[in-house]
Design a protein around this ligand. Structure first.
Ligand SMILES: [Zn+2]
Length: 613
């Protein structure tokens, strides 16, 4: 939705606004004085123009720093008058000062806040350019399959993007594909992960990266992760990486060794700030490999010059000899190429917080050398634990989305499981928990389908972009509630909005829709549709599109889903009546055709385990 420049410069008695930068106005407030000429406190707050949907306007303001209450009141009264002139009857404010927003026609939505790893605190999100967000997410190294723990990181970034869009922000999202430069064990020397895979599998490099990239994309589609605007491949940016490294060398942040060009971390006083630990502690982790001539253990390769005579599949000429770029370099180069020198949010898995992102910041701020922060907000998604341990590919035994599907779990049930925990909390994975999420989502989808009168199974694929999957923003949804004159819809929309605004509290959104769906009469179908569009916009769960039939695991042609469901229902009835022999009879009947049952707290989950022996 394009922003309407409704908040023009104001020259009032207690407040004045002037344009500070395109789309953002700075507030000066008049200091109370009994005599003498007026004095102005300048730059005490700011206003971003209002976006308008029908009779509802939405704007972001910061007024907490304004002293005189009269100045706040004059500002808000003026804003209400301006949006009224444009046809709006209510103004919803994203404000840091809710206590002083008591002007007729003004309603308050909580400010959007996120956990910033830089400083480890929850902060209000204020974008560089009003109404726009530049978002970069570190992507996969495509030398093997992504496991379900990796996918959690992209669901987190996707959830963030959905929340920003919901708040009317225009998000430009970039996820990179690392197809060169990522060495085994994050070391400075050694073999490239992609190259090693090509050698092991006996296939060309581009075949390896192409295969694992396309499987990764299929997985993301299956869990409704919205495709980013750009998917840059590192191998296409090597000339830019060389230029970037040259600039660092010119700025005095790098030194050359026979093994390559190294970043001199001692040149930056705040090196390692993001990691939140002191540098010596980081060095003791032993993740940084020693290279002869390095000035500090923390210094890292910008360019790796090949000094042995091993034959390489990927190599480029550079001022520092034939070699390949250092791994950290690509993210700085690709993000700046596509989002500009500075952008708003950088995300990644929490395993990048202590080293990869620390080094991205160091080299980017050295490159820009403009005395300002490169990126203001750093957000990290926590691990998925399998039996309490981080799921690492190097540990072997990885679990893929395809493995869950084989267990009869719908891909979106995995997304549902992830959204049940906050992104910054570790989540313990178990098969039972996943089966339980499948049953819970199936039941929710069934209840919800009845509310909007559809859902016998979409058969249309997911994220189809129509009906309840049609995205909607907060201001559009509130406007629809106003048009319908529905206080219930309005308060529910504000309830999920408040959960999302406070650091993406998706578990609350899931809990709310689960409870609400149990009372169909609370809203008429048309209003349910608005509410579901809002929930789907935020969660990506395709509620109202998914039908019960979508949750049936694949079966051989001679076994009927309805027959299976019927036996399952009879078994549950028998169990409820403590008729154990009848329950066993049903279980045996299902086992005879190869259907396996798992009982979870949400109910029984079944899957087809293959032909019965
Ligand atoms: Zn990265």
């Amino acid at each position: 939705m394009p922003a309407t420049p409704l908040i023009g410069p104001i020259e009032g008695t207690a407040v004045r606004l002037s344009v500070a930068e395109p789309g953002r106005l700075v507030i000066d407030a008049r200091a109370p004085s009994s005599n003498g000429p007026p004095t102005w406190s300048t730059g005490v707050g700011w206003v971003e123009p209002a976006a308008l949907a029908g009779s509802t306007a939405f704007a972001r303001v910061s007024t907490a720093g304004i002293g005189p209450p009269a100045a706040v009141e004059e500002l808000l009264t003026s804003m209400v008058a301006q949006v009224a002139a444009a046809g709006a009857t209510r103004l919803v404010l994203d404000t840091d000062d809710p206590a002083r927003s008591g002007v007729t026609g003004v309603e308050v939505a909580p400010p959007m806040r996120v956990t910033n790893s830089l400083g480890r605190r929850i902060e209000r999100l204020v974008t560089r350019v009003p109404g726009q967000v530049g978002l970069y997410s570190c992507g996969p190294t495509v030398y093997s399959y992504q496991h379900i723990g990796n996918l959690r990181t992209y669901v987190f970034a996707d959830t963030l993007k959905r929340a920003l869009r919901w708040r009317g922000l225009d998000v430009h999202h970039v996820i990179n594909i690392t197809d060169v430069g990522h060495l085994l064990a994050d070391a400075d020397q050694g073999e490239d992960k992609v190259e090693e895979a090509a050698r092991k599998e006996g296939r060309p490099v581009d075949e390896i990266t192409g295969h694992y990239t396309s499987v990764f994309w299929d997985d993301l589609r299956a869990i409704n992760v919205i495709s980013p605007d750009e998917w840059p491949h590192a191998s296409a940016y090597v000339p830019q990486m060389i230029n970037f490294a040259k600039v660092l060398e010119e700025h005095g942040y790098a030194y050359a060794l026979p093994q390559g060009l190294y970043f001199d971390t001692a040149k930056q006083a705040d090196y390692g700030e993001l990691a939140g630990i002191d540098l010596s502690a980081q060095l003791e982790t032993g993740r940084v490999e020693e290279v002869e001539g390095k000035r500090s253990l923390a210094d890292f390769a910008l360019w790796r010059t090949f000094v042995d005579d091993r034959e390489r599949l990927m190599h480029w000429d550079s001022p520092w000899g034939t070699g390949a770029p250092g791994w950290h370099l690509e993210c700085s180069v690709m993000s700046m190429s596509l989002l500009g020198d500075h952008f708003d949010i950088h995300t990644g898995g929490v395993d990048h917080r202590e080293l990869h992102h620390v080094n991205e910041i160091a080299q980017s701020e050295g490159y820009l050398d403009d005395g300002t922060r490169w990126v203001r907000y750093w957000m990290h998604g926590e691990f998925l634990n399998l039996k309490g341990a981080k799921m690492a590919k190097s540990a072997g035994g990885i679990l893929r989305l395809a493995d869950l599907v084989e267990l009869g779990v719908h891909p979106l049930a995995y997304r549902y499981l992830l959204l049940g925990s906050h992104y910054a909390s570790q989540l313990d994975f178990s098969e039972k928990l996943t089966a339980s999420a499948h049953v819970a989502l199936k039941r929710l989808a069934a209840r919800v389908s009845a509310l909007v009168g559809s859902g016998s199974g979409s058969g249309l694929g997911l994220g189809s972009g129509f009906g309840t999957d049609d995205p909607i923003t907060l201001v559009e949804a509130l406007d629809a509630a106003s048009s319908a004159g529905s206080a219930t819809l309005r308060s529910r929309l504000l309830e999920i909005d408040a959960a999302v605004a406070e650091d993406l509290m998706m578990p609350t959104v899931i809990a709310l829709i689960s409870v609400w769906s149990k009372d169909p009469s609370a809203l008429p179908p048309a209003e349910w549709e608005i509410l579901l569009r809002a929930v789907n916009s935020l969660t990506g769960l395709s509620l109202g599109v998914l039908g019960v039939a979508d949750f049936a695991p694949p079966l051989p042609p001679d076994v009927d889903v309805a027959w299976v469901e019927d036996r399952l229902a009879q078994r549950e009835e028998a169990r409820a009546a403590k008729d154990w022999s009848r329950a066993d009879e049903m279980r045996d009947a299902l086992a005879a055709v190869g259907v396996r049952i798992e009982d979870t707290p949400e109910g029984s989950h079944w899957s087809y385990a293959g032909p019965a022996s």
